[in-house]
Write a protein that binds this ligand. Structure first.
Ligand SMILES: Cc1cc2nc3c(=O)[nH]c(=O)nc-3n(C[C@H](O)[C@H](O)[C@H](O)COP(=O)(O)OP(=O)(O)OC[C@H]3O[C@@H](n4cnc5c(N)ncnc54)[C@H](O)[C@@H]3O)c2cc1C
Length: 454
């Protein structure tokens, strides 16, 4: 089969590339190959009753399938260059923001209408944070919520399915450069295309590395973010979350001068597990529908680590820490903050005595046996700093789930078109190491589609 464009990966990067190609040149013959399932077949078997923890499905429905890692996410589209990736370094700050706004418009058109756009512009919390040595980053955030995010994806799929050929449960195995373009090899068949967009996200990181090695595309090691997911009663953060929804706050520790930041805040949300290449880590999301909301808010506290010489494998370091927590807890470990600072593990009975109901069934344990001292010290310092702007953060019953690891793909060498050294081979989204968010990944898809039709 021969296509004008083949897209590998149907996450936000791939979807928005396909969408924009069809908007601008509907006559193009486009195929999308996706390792995971179609949207309606994506189900995580964890039901909290029969199946309580990750059973390591062959294709993780949280990470893979139509919608990519974003399908069951909180659907927070942050419109900012301050975090979420470094797309602006390639395409310019204005272009990056314009594309993120364009993506927002499409999301509204496909079911997100009526959802709220929060903004840090003019907020009084900026001052309150600075007064307490905390730094609130600037952003506008569209919160679709897990439920509306799903509806938007469903509508996008229904619109695209007759225009673009989708191949689900079809991982691309290799990419071969030819005189006319590229050959994409899958298990049983080989497909040809003139241009290829690779958008394989975090779950495709190992494969991406292999492709770059085979094609001689240079890569650079990236950072890894390691930390915990904090869960506390929603009222503790409600003054911030009601106004800003998500506040990205950075704190520089006194002890080591490391930056600790809040990440992925989910008011009235739930903590969930995530399976990346067989390693169980923790994440969170929340619903727009009040009926599905919980009484807790969760967010991550992360410390970035970047290794260069002689050890370069930042992700490998993060993986080892996550494996250690998997080994001790059989998955995710949960600990009360009070137990952590008293140097004792949390036990089922201490958890039962807590005045908070965890939203994830994790193993009570001791995070100090898992996290390196420097990282743990930073997190504890940050919790006390946050306690000044959100009193109650440092309560004994605040829950810490570990570990949360944000793996970043190695950064692939691409130019301002996000095109590799091979003409017509574009590498976008989280798989390129350039983006780490829904809005940046989606914007990168629109950017390359426009370049292709040009
Ligand atoms: C639980 C969770 C919550 C999140 N919440 C948010 C949030 O609220 N806001 C935010 O900005 N970000 C959030 N993120 C991150 C966000 O989902 C990602 O940044 C975004 O999805 C990246 O888009 P992408 O298209 O680059 O990659 P992905 O979404 O990872 O999609 C890549 C796709 O490629 C497929 N693939 C991989 N290898 C192959 C192959 N060889 N052949 C074919 N297909 C392949 C995968 O199956 C996957 O479906 C969250 C992530 C998770 C896991």
């Amino acid at each position: 089969m021969k296509y004008d464009v083949i897209i590998i990966g149907a996450g936000p990067g791939g979807i928005f590339a396909a969408y924009e190609l069809m908007q601008r040149k509907p006559g193009l013959k486009v195929a999308v190959f996706e390792a995971g399932h179609a949207l309606n077949r994506r189900h995580c078997p964890i039901d909290g009753e029969k199946i309580k923890t990750c059973i390591g499905c062959k294709s993780c429905s949280i990470m893979s399938g139509f919608g990519g890692a974003g399908a069951f996410s909180d659907g927070k589209y942050n419109i900012t260059n301050d975090f979420g990736g470094t797309l602006y370094e390639y395409i310019g700050r204005k272009q990056a923001l314009d594309l993120m706004r364009y993506v927002d418009e499409i999301n509204l058109k496909y079911g997100g209408e009526g959802t709220k756009l929060y903004s840090t512009a003019g907020t009084r919390f900026k001052r309150l944070c600075i007064q307490n040595d905390l730094h609130l980053l600037d952003a506008s955030v569209r919160h679709l919520g897990t439920d509306i995010n799903y509806v938007v994806l469903e509508n996008l799929y229904n619109d695209l399915k007759d225009k673009v050929e989708f191949f689900f449960d079809t991982p691309a195995q290799s990419i071969e450069a030819t005189e006319e373009g590229y050959l994409i090899r899958c298990a049983d068949e080989v497909f040809a295309c003139e241009k290829c967009i690779v958008s394989v996200g975090r779950s495709g990181s190992k494969w991406m590395e292999q492709v770059c090695k085979e094609l001689g595309i240079p890569t650079k090691s990236n950072r890894v973010d390691i930390g915990v997911r904090v869960e506390l009663p929603a009222v503790v953060f409600s003054h911030l979350t009601d106004e800003l929804y998500e506040s990205k706050i950075v704190y520089r520790t006194k002890q080591y001068g490391d930056n600790v930041r809040t990440f992925c805040m989910n008011p009235k949300g739930a903590v969930v597990t995530e399976n990346t290449n067989g390693i169980i880590t923790v994440n969170g999301h929340s619903y727009e529908d009040p009926a599905k909301q919980t009484e807790n808010t969760n967010f991550a506290l992360l410390v970035a680590k970047h290794f260069s010489e002689p050890f370069k494998d930042s992700n490998g370091y993060g993986e080892s820490i996550a494996r250690l927590s998997n080994m001790l807890g059989g998955g995710v470990i949960v600990q009360r903050f009070g137990d952590l600072i008293r140097g004792r593990r949390s036990t089922p009975s201490r958890m039962n005595d807590a005045f908070i109901t965890p939203t994830l069934n994790a193993t009570p344990g001791d995070l100090s046996l898992v996290l390196p001292k420097r990282i743990l010290d930073g997190i504890i310092e940050m919790i006390y700093a946050l306690d000044k702007v959100a009193p109650g953060t440092a309560n004994d019953d605040t829950l810490l789930y570990g570990v949360e690891v944000k793996f970043y793909n190695m950064e692939v060498e691409v130019n301002e078109k996000l095109e590799s050294r091979y003409k017509g081979l574009y590498i976008i989204g989280d798989g390129s190491g350039i983006t780490h968010s829904l809005s940046h990944a989606s914007a990168s898809g629109v950017h390359v589609a426009r370049d292709i039709v040009k």
